[in-house]
Design a protein around this ligand. Structure first.
Ligand code: PEP
Ligand code: MG
Length: 760
């Protein structure tokens, strides 16, 4: 059965569209289970019925025409109970109903499995047999397994509109499509899509039309010739290292590139107006799908050869590509997996919004979006991003929606919202030079998190009192090698000078997790639990020491540097890092004669283990800084990058609040200053809770600073403490959030809460 299932999955993956998926499923399931018929019914919200959408065994003309009400027949029963029903003699069941329009012969046995995605019944998969047959347990679980696999495909078709088109083929095409994602940086933008794709990734080539067909043809031929030369050279270099049979693969590659094979197909598509890269990627992926669907395992494995060849040609095509120089004025930067490095390819000042198919609200791309105040949507998993190049879209960073081909009324509504947000921002600017003092006179320091040059300027414009977190890895991500000590010193100096005399808290390199340096790849099954942050630095003192030297040298004469150590999970780790810091300081001051004051050194509290050892850690450092992004992820066991579990990521979860309480208590007990630099500090409700918990320094994205200030100036500390007392007794994050929102969200400040609901 496993083999059959694998075949079905392979064939379904190779299907060209959703209609074909349904045809294949019913055909293959009928064949594998050796039954009289197999059908699939899908739920149609517009008619509130289950519609027969695919069958092998019933009258094919009844597809799309048979509608069953949600309680009708055995299909309705499977759906309403959300569990499989297995009947040897269906006719005797009280829910049995006969539908002559299906051309149904009188099937006696029935096995139906619900198709469920994210707790929602999308349809029912049914097999029936004319004679009495008891489907056994393994057959039942086989059908349930196929249904579970099918559910994801149906949900995707639903999100992309394919399902709607299939269910309502006669309706005038609805052009507007709303794709859900994870709201990751507030604000709204209307702009033109520019797809940013990693190089030589066949799946990341957007569908672009050719501007000049002759030029595309010429570029394609050159890339083919170059690839042939590369393969011949590779073949020659393998003489004596590979057997003749193994080297025969290179011949196969050369033949595949021939004008009579894939090359010819691509040329045809370019002549029809597709760009060379798009045509090549489509042809290669078509062949890959075909190979993957083959029964013979040897041929199936050839799919990876085709893919490899595809990547080689694509790399050559991209080599010849001149770097794009013109960009739309309001561009929506879109891609499958955007990272900080993607900023290197586009003019930042023109980016109106960011949309990434992968990632979630606390991915580093999202944090950057917030830092520079660009509306961002992450985890828009159903977005057909490859086909959207040049399209106008609306990006709603408050709700996480990406709207393609919007209706004019909707567009107007969003234009109005953009206008109102501009007014609000202008209004908030009046608070720039005002102190952050609560209604009952308590002062809080609002600091900023930085990393890019752009967000540093923005931070100064917003009246930041210091830098609570400078993510030093961001400049590292933009390069193609480790920066030298001098390069780092210059970058750090610039930052320290910009903010002097205010403190700049520089965090030592925090790579690993989702921050992979292109020149220092780390392959791990569980990167967030693996080699990350301080662990890498201690294992590579040559990298760590250079960074520490650069930081301290940069601070000479300014003396506004603090050093922050990320991902501390035990005392020896902290002590080893401190020892290296003292070593560098002694070298610089005693041996090399620099006049530097010893910087304050702090530890990040972002791992649950550190919460339980808060006093031991606090005792050894000058300050602590809480990273609620990682702390939430590790406490709740929710990957901060995974949109599938984004709903479970709550910084207001009672366990997170209790951990924060323990941190504040522990730090107070040791008289060690403690701040918060995770995203919770930049959320209006999060900030009020943190203040009530006892934190007096909050560090956040520059864009949130004035919003948080506006809220904190309206509440009193005693009111916040009272609210905290109430929510600390509540059992779940939703209740905490709603309680806080109800208490704080007065009509005049409602706009400040837009887009902040994801912290709950
Ligand atoms: C955090 O984890 O809260 C934090 C501030 O660090 P980063 O988001 O860079 O991991
Ligand atoms: Mg962190």
């Amino acid at each position: 059965m496993l083999e059959s299932l694998r075949n079905i999955v392979q064939e379904v993956n190779a299907a060209k569209d959703f209609g074909e998926v349904l045809r294949l499923i019913v055909h293959l399931v009928k064949q594998v289970m050796n039954t009289g018929m197999c059908s699939v019914y899908l739920y149609s919200p517009s008619t509130n019925t289950y519609v027969l959408m695919g069958t092998d065994g019933l009258n094919p003309d009844s597809v799309g025409k048979v509608h069953l009400s949600t309680r009708e027949g055995l299909v309705g029963l499977v759906a309403s109970r959300a569990e499989p029903i297995n009947l040897e003699d269906a006719e005797t069941h009280p829910n049995f109903a006969f539908f002559p329009e299906t051309g149904e012969q009188r099937y006696r046995s029935f096995l139906g499995a619900p198709i469920i995605h994210h707790r929602k019944v999308l349809g029912v998969l049914v097999v029936q047999q004319q004679d009495r047959r008891r489907f056994d347990e393994s057959e039942e679980s086989f059908l349930v397994t196929v249904s579970a696999q099918l559910a994801g495909v149906i949900a995707h078709a639903d999100a992309t509109g394919e399902l709607d088109r299939l269910l309502n083929p006669r309706e005038v095409a609805i052009h507007e499509r709303i794709y859900p994602g994870v709201a990751s940086a507030p604000g709204v933008a209307i702009g033109t899509v520019v797809v940013v794709a990693p190089s030589a990734d066949l799946n990341a080539v957007p569908e672009r039309r050719a501007v000049d067909i002759e030029a595309e043809l010429c570029q394609f031929r050159q890339a083919m010739e170059q690839t042939k030369r590369d393969i011949r050279a590779l073949d020659a270099s393998m003489v004596g290292k590979l057997s003749d049979e193994e080297r025969a693969l290179f011949d196969v590659y050369l033949r595949m590139l021939d004008d009579h094979a894939m090359g010819g197909e691509v040329i045809g598509m370019i002549k029809e107006g597709l760009s060379a890269q798009s045509a090549w990627a489509q042809v290669v992926l078509g062949h890959v799908r075909m190979f993957k669907s083959m029964k013979d395992s040897y041929l199936r494995e050839r799919a990876s050869d085709v893919e490899d060849l595809g990547r080689r040609v694509l790399a050559n095509l991209q080599q010849g590509e001149t770097k794009r120089t013109s960009f739309p004025e309001h561009m929506v930067m879109m891609g499958e997996e955007l990272s900080a490095a993607s900023f290197a390819d586009v003019p930042l000042e023109k980016v109106a919004a960011i949309v990434s198919v992968k990632g979630s609200r606390n991915s580093h791309m999202a944090i950057l979006g917030r830092a520079i105040g660009i509306p961002t949507v992450m985890g828009a998993v159903d977005l057909p991003w490859g086909r959207l190049e040049g399209e106008e879209v609306i990006v709603d960073g408050h709700t996480g929606q990406v709207i393609v081909s919007p209706r004019e009324e909707l567009r107007q509504t969003y234009m109005q919202q953009i206008y109102e947000e501009k007014l609000l921002a202008a209004d908030l600017e009046k608070l720039t030079d005002e102190p952050c003092v609560t209604a009952d006179g308590h002062h809080l320091s609002l600091w900023v998190n930085t990393g890019l040059r752009l967000d540093s300027q923005l931070s100064l414009d917003r009246g930041a009192e210091g830098v609570g977190l400078y993510r030093t890895e961001i400049p590292f991500l933009m390069l193609d090698r480790f920066p030298s000590e001098e390069e780092q010193r210059k970058a750090y100096r610039e930052h320290l000078e910009m903010f002097a005399p205010r403190t700049v808290t520089m965090r030592t390199l925090d790579i690993g997790g989702d921050k992979d340096l292109p020149y220092f790849p780390i392959e791990e099954a569980n990167p967030f639990l693996g080699w990350r942050g301080i662990r890498i630095c201690l294992d590579h003192p040559e990298i760590f020491l250079v960074q520490l030297r650069a930081m301290m040298r940069a601070s000479e004469g300014l003396n506004n540097l603090s050093i922050l150590l990320p991902m501390i999970s035990n005392v020896p780790e902290l002590e080893s890092a401190l020892q290296l810091i003292y070593q560098v300081y002694d070298e610089l001051t005693e041996e090399e004669g620099y006049q530097i004051e010893m910087p304050n050194v702090g530890a990040m509290i972002e791992v649950p283990a550190a919460v339980y050892q808060i006093r031991e850690l606090a005792r050894r450092v000058d300050f602590l800084s809480v990273g609620t992004n990682d702390l939430t992820q590790y406490l709740l066991a929710v990957d901060r990058n995974n949109p599938r579990v984004a709903e479970l990521y709550h910084a207001c979860h009672p366990s997170v609040l209790r951990a924060l309480w323990a941190i504040a208590e522990g730090a107070r007990g040791e008289d060690t200053p403690v701040s918060v630099c995770g995203e919770m500090a930049g959320d209006p409700i999060g900030a009020v809770l943190l203040m009530a918990l006892g934190f007096r320094v909050l560090s956040m994205s520059a864009t949130n600073l004035l919003k948080v200030k506006a809220i904190l100036r309206q509440v009193s500390l005693s009111e916040a403490e009272q609210l905290l007392e109430e929510v600390m007794l509540m059992p779940d994050a939703g209740l905490v959030w709603r309680h806080m929102e109800k208490a704080l969200k007065k009509p005049e400040v409602a706009a400040l809460f837009r887009g902040s609901s994801n912290v709950h």
